[in-house]
Structure formats: C-alpha cells, structure tokens
Design a protein around this ligand. Structure first.
Ligand code: SF4
Ligand code: SF4
Length: 343
C-alpha cells in the first residue's frame, strides 16, 4: 500500500521546523521507497500571485534545497505561466515576481516559455484528452519534487498535488483545455451592480449594464470574479456535469504531468484558505494548520490531507472536488488507499 509520511506542525510561523521537517520527510521517503535521485531535480512550486499573502514562502523549501545540495543534485524553482492576464502571464514578469517574493535560493525556470508557447504534447489516450500540453522544461524531466500547498480552490474544491500537477505543469494552452466549459453564471437577482467583477476580470469578459453579464466567448473560466464578488452573485454548477467534467480534465492533465516520471510529492498543509494562491488578495485560513506530508503518490497524498482535516474537525471539511480523487484513481494516476506514517 502507498505510504504517506506526515509530521504535524500546528503553525505556519514555525518556518525552521517546517523546512527541516520537509527535509526529514524527503530523506525518509527516498530511503524507504528506494528512490534513485536524478542529477537534476527541479522543485515545482507556486510563487504566489501579487497581493496573495498565504502562498508557501521560499524559506520553507530551504531544507529540501540543502538536502539536494548535500547529495550533489542540481535544482531550480520551476513554474508555468498562468492563463489569465496578471503578473505571472509572461516569463519575464513571472521571474520578476518570483524574485520579489523571495525565491532567490535557486535558478528560476518558467517551463512554457515567454507566453506559454513552449510545450510538449504528452500522449494519454483518456476520455477527454488524447494528448496534454505540458510545459516543455517540465515534460523533459525524469523527476521533479512537486511541492504543493494544500488549500481550497474556487473551481476544483481543493488544491494539492493533483492540482499542482494538472494546472501547475500545463502550458497556458493546457490550462485553457482544462478550463473549457467552466464558465461561471451571474445571478441577476443577487447582483448589486458594484462592478468589482468587471474590474477584476483579466479578460474583460464581464459587461455591466443594469446587471453584470459574462460574455462567454471571452471568458477563460479563471474564477477570479467568483472570488471577488462581495454579494456571492457569481457561481458555477459545482455538482453538475460541467464541474465533474472539469475535475476529470484536471485528473487527466495530472496523469500526463506524472506519466513516466519518478516524482516526489511534498505537501505543505498550512494557510488553508478557501481560495488558491492565484488569487491576488489576502485571505484568512478557515481551519488550523496541519503539517507536512510526503509521498510518491499524488492521489494518496491529497486524500491524506483531506482525511487529516476531517479527522481534526470530526466532519467532512471540504466536500467539493473529491470526485477528482476517484476519477484520478480510475485512470491510474494513483491510489486512495494509503498507510499514514506519522513521525
Ligand atoms: S461583483 Fe457581484 S455584485 Fe458586483 S457587479 Fe459583479 S456580480 Fe454584481
Ligand atoms: S471566470 Fe470571471 S473573471 Fe475569469 S474570465 Fe470568466 S468572467 Fe472573467
């Protein structure tokens, strides 16, 4: 059965402990799972959107970085460009923001080029996709350490290792493939015409006459408007076929990014907010911090995060998005059955 290693840490402020724990878990995983490390192992991270305060800061990765250095393994921080227009849309701006956010310990690689045009099509032959567009510099690697931030996500329900693989490793075109049909709806009854969504929409896809309305041909399904609306007037069909289809597309892209690689998954379950690190505003965590997890299985590690959260609260904390796990398991990405090894 897949092993998931876990160490509980109850505060994100305990940076040194988090960093050393990640190093310890990596070492344990490598030894217990007999992982052979490549000569170059990039860290897939998320640099945090400008204005976001709850992404995992680079100092938390220092233990992993020092472990790799001590084993003479070269590394980098690797990322892909985002779909929406913002500070991380182009390679140049993306690298600048990463540096502004303190990611200075390793070289920074933007895997899909200046505008997301550099990708390799990975054959998957699944229900939604025959091939998936994975950022070139990620697709080329035999091994990555996928560093994920476990938290909520407006469309996916939650974000962790699967999300980091799927959206995080896809080129811009690959992200668009996954977002197709994920267009939110605005309730004209709830809309107060405040224009907040119009100002936040990266594609100028919302027009405001007496009420706000989404122009479907422009919308890229980024969900920013849903996060910003102060009157909760924007929603999507979470339980309907569109949502299910989104989760399936996500899992298929994760499968492509994981395929034929000897990846390591390290998840930081801190700053667990409802929204994701692409949201360029500050958010408050809605549950307490959990700790650090490590595994070779992206499905198992995500399931373990959800289970730990449920165990902590004595109830199902995040219900949306769990379908991603069963679909991912069904297409061979990993297993929901795991053994939790607490250290
Ligand atoms: S943010 Fe909400 S309330 Fe304001 S215009 Fe948009 S939909 Fe209407
Ligand atoms: S989801 Fe909302 S913010 Fe994003 S592109 Fe569509 S209308 Fe604009």
């Amino acid at each position: 059965m897949t092993k998931v290693f876990f160490k509980a840490i109850n505060s994100y402020n305990d940076t040194e402990n988090i960093s050393k724990t990640a190093e310890k878990l990596l070492d344990k995983l490598v030894r217990e799972e007999h992982i052979i490390l490549e000569k170059y192992v990039p860290l897939k991270v998320h640099f945090g959107e400008k204005g976001n305060k709850t992404y995992i800061q680079s100092k938390n990765y220092e233990g992993i970085i020092s472990y790799l250095k001590n084993h003479n393994i070269e590394s980098s921080f690797i990322e892909t460009n985002v779909l929406y227009r913002g500070e991380r849309t182009t390679k140049t701006n993306h690298i600048k923001l990463a540096k502004d956010h303190g990611f200075s310990q390793l070289p920074i690689v933007i895997a899909d080029g200046e505008h997301g045009e550099e990708y390799i099509s990975i054959k998957v032959d699944k229900n939604h996709f025959k091939e998936c567009k994975i950022g070139r510099e990620i697709a080329k690697q035999k091994q990555l350490i996928i560093c994920s931030h476990f938290k909520g996500h407006a469309l996916a329900g939650f974000g962790g290792a699967i999300k980091q693989l799927a959206m995080g490793c896809a080129s811009r075109g690959g992200k668009l493939d996954q977002h197709a049909n994920s267009i939110p709806k605005i309730s004209s009854l709830k809309c107060k015409s405040c224009s907040a969504c119009v100002k936040t929409c990266p594609e100028n896809a919302i027009v405001l006459n007496s009420k706000a309305k989404i122009e479907k041909d422009k919308c890229i399904g980024c969900a920013s408007c849903m996060a910003i609306c102060p009157h909760n007037a924007i929603s999507t069909n979470w339980l309907g076929s569109l949502s299910k289809s989104f989760n399936e597309r996500l899992a298929e892209y994760a499968y492509a990014a994981h395929k034929d690689k000897n990846n390591i998954y390290i998840t930081f379950a801190f700053n667990i907010t409802r929204g994701c690190d692409c949201e360029g505003h500050s958010m408050k965590p809605f549950v307490e911090d959990l700790g650090v997890l490590a595994s070779t299985d992206p499905v198992a590690i995500d399931k373990a995060c959800l289970d730990l959260l449920d165990r902590r609260k004595g109830k199902k904390v995040i219900s949306r998005g769990r379908y991603t796990l069963s679909y991912a398991e069904g297409i061979g990405l990993g297993s929901q059955e795991y053994t939790l090894i607490e250290i």
